[in-house]
Design a protein around this ligand. Structure first.
Ligand code: EPS
Length: 378
């Protein structure tokens, strides 16, 4: 399967095309919209989320609520476009409006500077509009379809926030407990951590500063053998890490115990194997459900680290790339913290990667063929 997204942050719409879905998958648009609403929420989001009410429209590939097997197109219209049409239209724009919205005081940590040099632009808006995390809205919509595909096989995905700007939720949670994270505004489960994280975000907002953090994504019900050690391109851990790193602002990914495993010796890291009445099993899951680039039947445990948002209301030192004068970075309306949103986005890209790995291995023109092949696996 293949997912392509398109769209600028303040352009008319965001669009996604998914190729290769099997026929007869029931698509629940309410589920897509519920994920979109979650992505828009969270403590520390900015003014843009008061304007948008993200809603997905299915343009192609579905009839009477069911996939046809043809390319499926999703669309989310940007409500804010009506305020930006004069300078974001694909046709002729208003010169004064374009100048008023032009960005030359490039933001450290953003795509602005490298982008204007690479694409020979005189306005960083031509870069930031696509670099913007607004694009994640359509990836979440597409991810919801991949989640529905996986759910039809009994595979579920959840996540929670473990850290926001140094405030940690150090709890150890069973899969059934992590859905609570979507009812707190930080995405943390522990009540004290949730409160401290809110205080931290509020104080950063007052200081004109921003926060990053860490989310943990868990996958339950994926059978063993997805991904392969035969070629590096097929390794499931490499593909998941690549997918998570492709989310705006992600700077680190861990699988299982990740970096902590490197600090311990082998006897305290590897998951010993036992045999019981239900066959082989492990008592621990430090590998995070992946060995040799293949799912091993245990829960997948993945973590992604997000850097603080690079648009600070109290702009950092920079240079105006046109005048070359020292100045402070542009400070557009933005979020203080979007780590809660990251948890929703990360689930979506993990779903996309896993659905692809499943479809590649098992194929199937129809959902029924796919389900039969999946159920036949040990
Ligand atoms: C973003 C800047 C802000 C964020 C945006 C990402 O947008 P605006 O400039 O319109 O206030 O709100 O995120 C979203 C719009 C979203 O839906 O997540 C950026 O520069 O990356």
């Amino acid at each position: 399967m293949r997912l392509t997204t398109a769209g600028e942050s303040h352009g008319k719409a965001l669009v996604a095309i998914i190729e290769g879905l099997p026929a007869h998958l029931q698509i629940d648009v309410e589920k897509i919209n519920a994920e979109l609403a979650l992505r828009q929420s969270g403590f520390g989001r900015g003014g843009r989320q008061k304007i948008e009410r993200d809603c997905a429209e299915l343009l192609t590939g579905v009839r009477n609520g069911e996939t046809l097997g043809s390319p499926l197109t999703l669309c989310i219209y940007n409500k804010d476009y009506q305020n930006w049409e004069s300078c974001m239209s694909g046709g002729a724009c208003d010169t004064a409006a374009m100048q008023a919205k032009s960005v030359t005081k490039v933001r450290p940590g953003h795509a602005d500077l490298t982008g204007v040099v690479k694409f020979a632009q005189t306005d960083a808006r031509n870069i930031l509009e696509r670099a913007s995390a607004r694009e994640t809205a359509i990836r979440v919509a597409a991810g919801s379809i991949f989640k529905q595909y996986l759910a039809s096989l009994g595979v579920e995905i959840g996540s929670y926030v473990r850290e926001i700007c140094g405030v940690k939720d150090g709890g150890v949670y069973a899969f059934t407990e992590i859905s609570k994270a979507k009812t707190t505004q930080t995405g943390m489960i522990d009540e004290q951590a949730d409160r401290l994280a809110k205080e931290k975000i509020a104080s950063l907002k007052t200081a004109g500063d921003t926060a990053g953090g860490v989310v943990e994504i868990r996958v339950k019900g994926l059978k063993s053998g997805f991904g392969s050690m035969m070629t590096y391109a097929e390794k499931l851990d490499a593909r998941l890490a690549g997918a998570l790193m492709s989310i705006q602002a992600i700077k680190g990914v861990e699988i299982g115990d990740g970096f902590a495993a490197a600090q311990r010796s082998g006897k305290d890291v590897h998951d010993e194997i036992f045999y019981g009445e239900n066959g082989v099993y492990r008592k621990t899951n430090r590998a995070g459900g992946i060995e040799g680039g293949m799912s091993n039947g245990e829960e997948l445990v993945l973590r992604a680290a997000m850097k603080p948002i690079p648009t600070l209301m109290k702009g950092l030192q920079t240079v105006d790339f046109i005048t070359k004068e020292a100045t402070t970075a542009a400070s557009e309306r933005s979020d203080v913290c979007a780590v809660f949103a990251l948890s929703v986005i990360a689930e979506a890209v993990v779903a996309e990667t896993l659905a692809n790995a499943v479809q590649e291995r098992l194929g199937g023109d129809t959902l029924e063929q796919l389900q039969t092949r999946y159920n036949a696996l040990a």
